[in-house]
Design a binder for this molecule. Structure first.
Ligand code: PGA
Length: 249
């Protein structure tokens, strides 16, 4: 696991975007695994800036998102479909058909999970997976206790996660109780992984991941120690409780 420390949230976006752009330059039809949440926002902003200034094209890029709430329509401002449009897709030249996000409104959400796995397989797998990390170590919506063998599945969201996300809704009651998420196995099947973390509120999670290095389903992100190509990009505050780092700019 390579760790890159950056100064702050803006620099996190710049560094992550630099790595993604570099990858796209060499792989014009790459499959990108994308994430939502606060953390990747500066990354998307930098990708859009680069697209406008340097013309990096997403014409042949395919994307698969990690997760979506169950029961939210694509046009609901809190859905991850909506987030991705407003934070990224509306501003680059990616064709709509190349965009894939689990459908939280599917008639049969269990079939939707199986279909999503088939879809990812049909695309040839994810080349570069972007990840955030929850304060409890979740990746995607894979909460503590999730087996590392899971593929795309339905999860009951923990109260901690619902509280963390309540800031986007009119109160906790409105936060969905379930989500569809790619599983830890899907994530580990990606060819490369970029894990991003920013801010003091992620310091304990980063310390858990980087100090203890223990692999346990109680801390889902620890599964990443089993992957050969993981780059962590985190800012100083997120790394403030990590004892020793091979810091690389
Ligand atoms: P955040 O969420 O980027 O909004 O902090 C990350 C996550 O919970 O995976």
């Amino acid at each position: 696991m390579k760790v890159i420390q950056v100064d702050d949230y803006n620099d996190l976006g710049k560094k992550a975007a630099e790595i993604i752009i570099q990858y796209i330059k060499g792989h014009a039809n790459a499959v990108l695994g994308l994430a939502t949440g606060s953390t990747p926002k500066t990354t998307y902003k930098e990708l859009i800036r680069d697209h406008n200034e340097n013309g990096t094209s997403y014409r042949h890029i395919r994307t698969v998102n990690l997760d979506e709430y169950v029961g939210l329509d694509q046009n609901d401002p809190n859905s991850y479909h909506y987030f991705m449009k407003k934070e990224f897709f509306d501003f680059v030249d990616i064709p709509e058909n190349n965009i894939h996000i689990p459908n939280g409104m599917a008639e049969n959400i269990y079939d939707e999970c199986k279909d999503y796995d088939r879809l990812i397989e049909g695309l040839g797998g994810v080349d570069l997976q972007l990840l955030g990390i929850g304060r409890n170590g979740h990746i995607g919506f894979n909460e503590p206790g999730t087996s590392f063998d899971t593929m795309t599945h339905i999860v009951d969201l923990t109260m901690d996660t619902r509280k963390a996300n309540a800031r986007f809704f009119n109160g906790l009651d409105e936060v969905p109780t379930q989500a569809i998420t790619m599983g830890i196995k899907n994530i580990l099947m990606s060819k490369s992984i970029l894990l991003l973390a920013s801010g003091r509120q992620k310091a304990e999670a980063m310390a858990h991941l980087l100090n203890e290095k223990e692999v346990t389903s109680a801390f889902p992100a620890s599964a990443l120690h089993h992957h050969q190509n993981v780059t962590v990009i985190a800012d100083k505050e997120a790394l403030s409780l990590v004892y020793s780092l091979e810091r690389r700019a």
